[in-house]
Design a protein around this ligand. Structure first.
Ligand code: EZ4
Ligand code: CO
Length: 399
């Protein structure tokens, strides 16, 4: 069996997605997600100009060898553009192998370790009434766990808090504002109110989106302990992994990190010293199913669980790959799931299902996702940026 074509499709059914389609001489095709939010065309060019020509003529069954060839062979290792491109190849090759085997991908990963995949959804509000409505909406959709993001008095636009307006696509990044002291004062009261309204049983998560120093994160974790969070996410930029030692010493609030990481080296200290409880990498940004499976096996040695990144900017192809892994690995924790627009579901018809807050990959051979290229061309690429975040004096802050 040989690869005869590797094509990149960029489409924007509500937001931009980059998809790799690999075709073989036996007519079996595979799909991979290469979407890097806000930098989509860099990955498309990396794949189209540098990777696709190397794939033609090679054996699609050699998944591990192809991964090592693309990773080591480039010499310039790591980085989100490189690893998203390699991820798309890896996932497309797993799709092909599973289709040839006539099995859903999870069967090739060891088979199901559970019946279904627990998810969490996103709730947010500028104030408590809006937040409570948003949590109720997620519960009505069936979500068994909810991530809670809140406005902060005095700040106009805060990460993860929907304004009610349609998603803007400004020419440049939207500017959000930030005040760490105001946030640290406000957040515990919000969780107290949410616990008061929704009771002790509902698993609650919160994403601090890399904004705190280790000592600030330690204080926040401690202040949130009475509200029994499922996790506190990205409490501090963890490029300095040793910084998590301080956070860990001061709080028992569970910690989740890793959606911007792209290799196991980013997790090495965090995992080997058991400084976190959940690894948050995405199939799409971590180089695919092959390396993510290795990360989960490494994490399992330290009682750390999986929690694959799954916001709207992971395409249904990337989501499907995540769900197959979730079903298969023993140390599964939870899956982030934000759903997709109607137009996205039309462009990417898929077998996976979301029922009563739980995902299942379905039984179709391969990933169980298709790309309707006719539907895709109706949604051409639109330039879009992630927001940036500034302090009140104008200084750029982590967003
Ligand atoms: O901000 O995927 O936990 N989820 C998140 C996401 C990220 C986006 C960035 O593209 O933090 O919503
Ligand atoms: Co996050």
């Amino acid at each position: 069996m040989q690869i005869v074509d590797a094509r990149v499709v960029v489409t924007s059914p509500g937001r931009n997605f980059v998809t790799l389609r690999i075709e073989t001489d036996e007519g079996v095709t595979g799909l991979g997600d290469a979407t890097l939010n806000g930098r989509e065309l860099a990955v498309a060019a990396y794949l189209r100009d540098h990777v696709a020509p190397l794939l033609v003529g090679t054996d699609p069954h050699r998944i591990e060898d192809t991964w090592q060839f693309l990773y080591r062979g480039a010499y310039w290792r790591r980085g989100p553009v490189t690893m998203a491109a390699i991820a798309a190849v890896d996932v497309a090759l797993w799709d092909i192998k599973a289709k040839v085997a006539g099995l859903p991908l999870y069967q090739l990963l060891g088979g199901a370790s559970r019946e279904r995949v627990r998810t969490y959804g996103h709730a947010s509000g500028r104030d408590l009434p809006e937040l409570f409505d948003s949590i109720r909406a997620r519960l009505a959709e069936g979500y068994p766990a909810v991530r809670v993001q809140t406005g902060v008095p005095g700040l106009k636009l805060v990460y993860g808090v929907r304004t009610g307006d349609p998603a803007p696509r400004p020419a440049g990044p939207a500017v959000e504002d930030w005040d760490t002291a105001a946030y640290l004062r406000h957040l515990p009261a919000v969780f107290e109110a949410v616990r008061g309204e929704f009771g002790p049983d509902l698993p609650l998560l919160h994403d601090a989106h890399h904004r705190l120093t280790p000592s600030q994160a330690a204080r926040l974790g401690k202040d949130l302990e009475p509200y029994d969070l499922f996790w506190l996410e990205d409490c501090t930029p963890a490029e300095n992994q040793e910084g998590l030692r301080l956070v860990r010493r001061h709080t028992t609030t569970p910690l989740a990190i890793g959606e911007v990481f792209n290799t196991v080296f980013d997790f090495q200290t965090l995992v080997s010293e058991q400084l976190i409880d959940y690894v948050r990498a995405a199939v799409t940004h971590f180089g695919g199913v092959s390396p993510l499976r290795k990360l989960f096996d490494f994490a399992a040695l330290h009682q750390i669980k999986s929690a694959i990144h799954g916001p709207e900017d992971i395409s249904p192809v990337g989501m499907a790959a995540a769900i197959h892994l979730d079903l298969a690995v023993h140390n599964f924790g939870i899956q982030e799931y934000a759903g997709h627009t109607e137009a996205t579901r039309e462009v990417f018809p898929h077998a996976y299902t979301f029922t009563d807050g739980y995902l299942h990959p379905g039984e179709r051979p391969g990933l169980g996702v298709e790309l309707d290229e006719r539907a895709a061309v109706a949604h051409p690429y639109e330039p879009a940026y992630l927001p940036v975040n500034r302090l009140q004096d104008g200084t750029v802050h982590d967003w």
